[in-house]
Design a protein. Structure first.
Length: 550
């Protein structure tokens, strides 16, 4: 039984990888495209230099754009599953590389603990569940591969490291941080290897500089003296939040509200312990500095570009921050071999951290599901209204009910649907969707068709000829069914009347302007692709006559 015992960490790592992949794909199974992904789907599907090289929120996104193009071409736009699978595999690959990195320094069992903590770092739910973050994950994955290649200390390792850095930067500007780490490695070994290795960080850095001069400088920057001066505090908060999250102690909710309450004292204690250890036995492992430089560069660049919404404890920063913490910790402990008690303690900490982190991951998934309901409902409304919708109609936050759909414009979206399929609810699905989605679909439909009203004082029989007429008694009545065409609503002299409509929603979320007594309101409903009628609610003190088109 020696083989299973000796290889237990690897076997358990395989189980953790399988469990993480199955869990993530299960949590994402009913989620759709979200927020920035729509910028790629709507604006970066043409094979042009700008599609690949234009910056996105200051980041280079060459490889993520290429991936999105390829997946849409192969699988269409009906489901986000292909990119979800790719994200899960990339997360697994990153954990494997971290395992190898830590195992080389402090052994297989601590390496297993580090990999498991990163696989299930629930407060990083945005990265674990949103395929758009392939950019960050790809940079971390190939960044760790760079550090592993540099460990070799030979020419082949240098060539591999250079190639990995190019790929890391192609995923996102986070790759620049690992280039800084490689530069430190070159400087450290200049006496034994000379500066002929300078190409390792120089080639990717020059490629990045060329991109920045040609395209990247057009992005809105947020570098300011205030951000520079505040950067040490920002970095402290970021590292503290990463520790919080790794250990399952994060108190920051999916709304981003909170602080790293546990991470701060833990970080202070750890720094004090490192200082004391250096007093007793000075000297760090030289291999510490590349990882430490990468970590510092990443956090400092993020701090320099801070704007509200990019707080150091933000979920999308936790993943990379956690990976850096584990890399640096492995180098700080390089050569240490934990005894049975130490390994048992590490196992307890790891298991204890995974539980609450799974809760955080579930909460993040619930938030994404709420966004999915709104997204699929809003898109269904545009498709239902495609005959009459203004080509420039957009899903602004006040219309969509979420700010995550600002990149969707009717003409572009409908063209994409014709070519690649639809991720929206079908009308039958919309009818049974969660209440928030059905309500928002009615709001979008009313503006996309659009519904329109014209009120004429003393209008009498003005407007289209009346069809069947019903009298709504004083006090109001709900549920008067309306079809396409012009409905005439006659309000006799008296108090003002109010009208609201619903179609898929249980209530009446669409309101119109009130009509004064002694007026006629003409309500026009354009025809669309669904036979389901609208419902009209009338609120008035006096009887009101509603005449639907014949």
């Amino acid at each position: 039984m020696a083989w299973p015992t000796r290889n237990a960490p690897v076997i358990l790592l395989g189980a953790a990888l399988l469990g993480s992949t199955v869990l993530l794909l299960t949590l994402q199974s009913d989620l759709t495209f979200f927020q920035d992904t729509w910028a790629f789907l709507m604006r970066r599907q043409e094979f042009t230099a700008g599609a690949f090289l234009d910056p996105h929120n200051e980041h280079i996104v060459v490889i993520p754009v290429a991936i999105e193009m390829l997946l849409v071409a192969l699988f269409g736009m009906t489901s986000a599953a292909p990119e979800q699978v790719l994200l899960a595999l990339l997360l697994a690959a990153t954990a494997v590389l971290l395992f190898v990195y830590v195992r080389r320094r402090i052994g297989p069992w601590p390496a297993l603990y580090a990999a498991v903590l990163l696989l299930f770092v629930g407060p990083a739910w945005q990265v674990l569940l949103w395929p758009f973050e392939i950019g960050f994950v790809g940079s971390v994955c190939f960044g760790i591969a760079t550090l592993l290649a540099l460990d070799r200390g030979d020419r082949r390792g240098d060539r591999i490291a250079c190639a990995c850095l190019v790929v890391a930067i192609g995923f996102s500007s986070l790759g620049v941080a690992f280039a800084a780490g490689a530069a430190v490695d070159v400087l450290q070994r200049r006496r034994s290897h000379g500066l002929s290795r300078a190409y390792v960080p120089a080639v990717p850095a020059l490629l990045y500089a060329a991109w920045w001069l040609g395209w990247g400088h057009t992005a809105e920057g947020h570098l300011s003296l205030d951000n520079v001066l505040a950067s040490p505090a920002y970095v402290f908060e970021g590292v503290a939040s990463s520790l919080d999250s790794l250990l399952g102690l994060s108190t920051i909710g999916v709304d981003g509200i909170g602080e790293p309450l546990w991470g701060r004292p833990i970080l202070i204690v750890l720094v004090a312990a490192i200082v004391l250890a250096q007093i007793r036995k000075p000297g760090f492992s030289p291999r510490l500095w590349p990882a430490a430089a990468a970590m510092a560069t990443s956090w400092m660049l993020t701090a320099f570009n801070f704007v509200p919404g990019r707080e150091a404890h933000s979920s999308r920063y936790v993943y990379a921050g956690a990976a850096f913490v584990l890399l640096v910790a492995a180098d700080l402990l390089r050569g240490t071999r934990l005894g049975r008690r130490g390994l048992a303690f590490g196992a307890v900490v790891t298991i204890a951290a995974v539980g609450p982190n799974l809760v955080a991951l579930r909460d993040g998934r619930d938030w994404f599901y709420e966004q999915t309901v709104l997204t699929r409902s809003d898109l269904a409304a545009i498709e239902i209204a495609h005959r009459t919708v203004d080509p420039l109609f957009t899903l602004a936050p006040e219309t969509a009910g979420t700010p995550s759909l600002i990149d969707i414009q009717a003409d572009r979206y409908l063209a994409a649907v014709r070519e690649h399929g639809s991720p929206a609810y079908a009308p039958a699905e919309l009818a049974t969707a969660p209440p928030a989605g059905r309500r928002q679909a009615d709001v979008v439909l009313a503006r996309a068709l659009p519904l329109s009203t014209e009120t004429i004082l003393g209008g009498g029989d003005a407007g289209a000829p009346a069809g069947e007429c019903v009298t709504v008694p004083g006090g109001g009545e709900e549920g008067v069914p309306l079809g396409p065409g012009i409905t005439r609503i006659q309000v006799p002299a008296g108090d003002e009347a109010a009208f609201s409509l619903g179609r898929f929603a249980a209530g009446y979320p669409v309101t119109t302007e009130g009509a004064p007594g002694g007026s006629t309101t003409l309500l026009e409903i354009p025809a669309d692709t669904v036979t389901r009628p609208w419902r009209l609610r009338v609120e008035a003190a006096q009887p009101v006559t509603v005449c639907v088109p014949g």
